[in-house]
Design a protein around this ligand. Structure first.
Ligand SMILES: Cc1cc2nc3c(=O)[nH]c(=O)nc-3n(C[C@H](O)[C@H](O)[C@H](O)COP(=O)(O)OP(=O)(O)OC[C@H]3O[C@@H](n4cnc5c(N)ncnc54)[C@H](O)[C@@H]3O)c2cc1C
Length: 460
């Protein structure tokens, strides 16, 4: 970018927020949850208004630089980072509400935990939430966003009604299915390529009072998958997830975590679990408040912060695999893993079904089968050795090749280097839609270089 930091420091005169050019702020903006890629920007604009994003984009574009929004920096591969330009810290835009019966408008920098706390006070909830509530609304809408109710309610990006965004040309626009629909469809799961989201209107449904939560254990992968298919078909639980987890003795355990949302009387367990093939002696059932259930990863976060592994590299690989291939692909990939070093004691492979008909965001890439499965390698290695992280990123690339050869697709929150040509192949038939929106809304290709979907230079 043709400027220096003193020049950036002159920006706040026009801003409602603030600008930071100090080493600490720039270094923090050059790190993320992955701790694998590090690129520091020239400065950090803490947005105080949507107008600040307009100014920051126009100012940066005028100097030939790039801009990336940062939500909670939970990317695992530098996706919110910028080397030559400016990071827009969205945490200043976190206003919520007022909460209406069926929707709420929130600042894109709010976390899902903050959104849920506000809606629960009115007895409502977003129909889909990510498992981890510490993610920002904007950071998840641009990747799609999967949760435990996605199998029937779709992704987070399928449950947004409208968005206020600033395009790469510095235009502040509102988009929805009926207003600037091309922009709406290119922002949802569009990897931040055409606009920065400043606010989003999220759909709401009545919140249950409580949750009856079951942990079911399986002797093997095939039996677990059979029950996941059964539960996706009969819909007896509102929330459905599953995982392959490393066990102390070595090897893996196979688990389904299913939840019935309860308002009024707690249901009897036996009829709810009828016909399932889990190991009955290992069944666990508990009743939680809905708020506690939603915050169920908080204890794991505390444990990982305490043992330091929260701050170690996290080379995650997230994919979708079709029902017809899932058993073979999962068995082969699990067979290649060394539990202790490739996943870690706290790591897991998240494996649960989704109906493709529930998912409508056009840029989300899924295998073309009615039922697909997440296959997510959530690696929590017990070391901060960067060579080990590099090895696991290489393993991700090899696994990704095998999974796509079997018809699988990427959930693009992964630690995986892809060239613009590979991103183009990832988007496949959806690419022309994204490319057209890029030409229209970010022709200078200045937004979100951490996802190198388009080659450097103006969008052709
Ligand atoms: C512990 C943990 C748990 C997770 N659980 C889930 C889960 O349950 N479901 C799921 O789907 N994913 C999950 N993820 C992945 C997560 O959704 C993505 O990494 C997400 O992008 C991170 O959101 P963030 O707010 O931290 O965004 P950041 O890391 O700050 O940004 C991510 C990307 O979004 C862009 N961006 C951020 N804000 C905006 C904005 N306002 N407008 C435009 N672009 C923006 C950034 O430039 C960057 O490219 C998890 C990640 C972690 C680390």
């Amino acid at each position: 970018m043709s400027t220096d930091r003193a020049d950036i420091a002159s920006l706040p005169r026009r801003l409602d927020g603030a600008v930071h050019v100090d080493e600490a702020a720039r270094a923090a903006a050059g790190d993320d949850f992955g701790h694998i890629v590090h690129r520091s920007p020239d400065g950090v604009v803490v947005a105080g208004s949507a107008g600040d994003i307009v100014d920051a984009i126009r100012w940066t574009a005028g100097r030939g630089g790039h801009l990336a929004a940062q939500g909670q920096r939970h990317s695992t591969f530098g996706r919110a980072q910028v080397r030559d330009g400016v990071v827009a810290d969205m945490r200043g835009l976190r206003d919520i509400g007022p909460v209406a019966r069926d929707r709420v408008t929130v600042g894109a920098g709010a976390t899902w935990g903050e959104v849920l706390a506000a809606t629960l006070r009115e007895g409502t909830t977003p129909p889909v939430l990510p498992d981890y509530l510490g993610l920002s609304v904007g950071g998840t809408l641009v990747v799609g966003g999967v949760g435990d109710t996605s199998w029937r309610c779709g992704l987070l990006s399928d449950n947004v009604i409208a968005m206020e965004v600033v395009t790469g040309t510095g235009e502040l626009l509102t988009c929805s299915a009926t207003e600037h629909a091309d922009l709406f469809d290119a922002v949802r799961a569009g990897l931040g390529q055409v606009a920065v989201i400043t606010a989003a209107t999220i759909r709401l449904t009545p919140a249950p009072e409580a949750v009856r939560w079951y942990h079911l254990s399986y002797p093997d992968l095939g039996t677990m998958l059979q029950d996941e298919r059964l539960l996706a078909r009969d819909g007896r639980f509102e929330a459905l997830e599953g995982a392959i987890v490393p066990v102390d003795a070595g090897g893996f355990a196979f688990r389904i975590e299913a939840a019935r949302f309860v308002t009024g009387d707690t249901p009897a367990d036996e009829p709810l679990l009828a016909g399932l093939r889990d190991e009955r002696a290992l069944r666990k059932a508990m009743t939680l408040t809905y708020a506690d259930y939603r915050d169920r990863l908080a204890a794991l976060e505390r444990a990982l912060r305490a043992n330091g592994q929260w701050f170690f590299p996290h080379p995650w690989l997230n994919t979708f695999v079709g029902d017809a291939q899932v058993e073979r692909v999962a068995a082969e990939e699990v067979g290649r893993l060394h539990p202790a070093t490739d996943l870690g004691e706290f790591g897991r492979i998240v494996l649960f079904p989704l109906w493709t008909r529930a998912i409508g965001s056009p840029l989300v890439r899924l295998p073309s089968q009615p039922l697909v499965f997440t296959f997510n390698l959530l690696r929590v290695p017990p070391t901060d050795d960067p060579h080990e992280a590099d090895r696991l990123v290489r393993d991700n690339a090899a696994a990704y090749r095998r999974i796509t050869a079997a018809g699988g697709t990427l959930f693009p929150v992964s630690a995986l280097p892809l060239s613009p040509g590979e991103w183009r192949r990832h988007f496949g038939p959806a690419f022309p839609r994204l490319a057209a929106a890029k030409r229209r809304y970010d022709p200078g290709n200045m937004l979100t270089p951490g996802y190198p979907v388009f080659p450097p230079g103006p969008a052709a």
